[in-house]
Design a protein around this ligand. Sequence first.
Ligand code: ADP
Ligand code: MG
Length: 376
Amino acid sequence: MDNKDRFAFLAEWYDPTACLLRRYQFFYYPNDNSVEMFDLKNQRTFLRRTKYGDIHAKDMFVGNRVNIFSRQLNLVDYADRYTATKLGSKKERTLALIKPDGVPKIGDILEMAIAANLMVTNAKMTHLTWSQAADFYVEHQSKLFFNSLVQLVSSAPVVALELMGDEAVSVWRKLLGPSDPEVARREAPQSIRAQFGTDSGKDVAHGSDSLAAAARELEFFFPTAICHGPPNTAIYLDCTCCIIKPHAVAEGLTGKILNSIAAAGYHISALEMFNVDRANAEEFYEVYKGVVIEYVDMVTELSLGPCMVLEIHGTDVAKTFREFCGPADPEIARHLRPTTLRALYGTDKVKNAVHCTDLPEDAVLEVQYFFKILDG
Ligand code: ADP
Ligand code: MG
């Protein structure tokens, strides 16, 4: 990168106190990793040029969210042509739909997507109705297989993913491989459909086939307007709450953690990605305030980027799942309980890979906080 590079964006921040969408010009200087913000409405500098360690050149593209001093800014546009041509050329978003037969393999599938430099920027488990599935697959309505396709996709929960990266549409379709798993096993044996597929109906996952299709299909599952997409699958019964923390998501550990959870025999009954702002992180961790010295750092970590929230379902699951997560401090976990999630994937007491419900009586409340209140 050029030493004098300055990248300019249009950024939006929703101010929850004033209930206002605030708009800024946002500048990023890669040579010293500094940022600067200009308030567009009031026409004045909002943040003078400041070095900021928690931001990286790779985060700088339209469509991404960046966290600046606990504010989640949406980078909504490039603010000059230089930035647009230098950074904006190849970034795409696509919709990946993990079909019912692929859901048990979601950990492996995410590992493959992450290894191919695709970032998961949104995720939701949902159980489509027949008519929602028919709507999604409307382009195939005249095909002979239409009924069986719609029937299969609406038979059990699916997981919709928004994937972002260079040429995401074609990269994801290449990872999927040929539509028919039998053909895929011959022609692309490493592909997702070759490894996990059964036949031309049970082909594990779907991928948008063009940018236009991606835009339509993303809007179907993750609408930008006030209206809601298909609902999440939380059941709020015999369950516990697990959060794959922002640092673990950013480190690309989501697939590995989901694999470990599945391998230990736990059933994931709901899954959704959230961007938690500071006020909500404080509220969620309220019970730890004044009790745990890491409280403030925990709040900061939870609001530092997207996290993946799970509802884990099973009888008395809160207690056993908490043991499976291990001691809160990963160093201690690695000594005493080396096979636990925190021992395997944690860094320190705050970046300890996962949050899980502490007291079984709080489990439903924690699950509700995300899947009812924040998803509401
Ligand atoms: P792709 O998902 O690779 O774009 P198509 O657009 O050709 O594949 O087909 C859409 C979906 O229809 C496939 O993912 C597959 O699940 C389903 N499908 C295709 N052919 C059949 C078939 N013969 N029987 C059942 N389902 C089929
Ligand atoms: Mg297709």
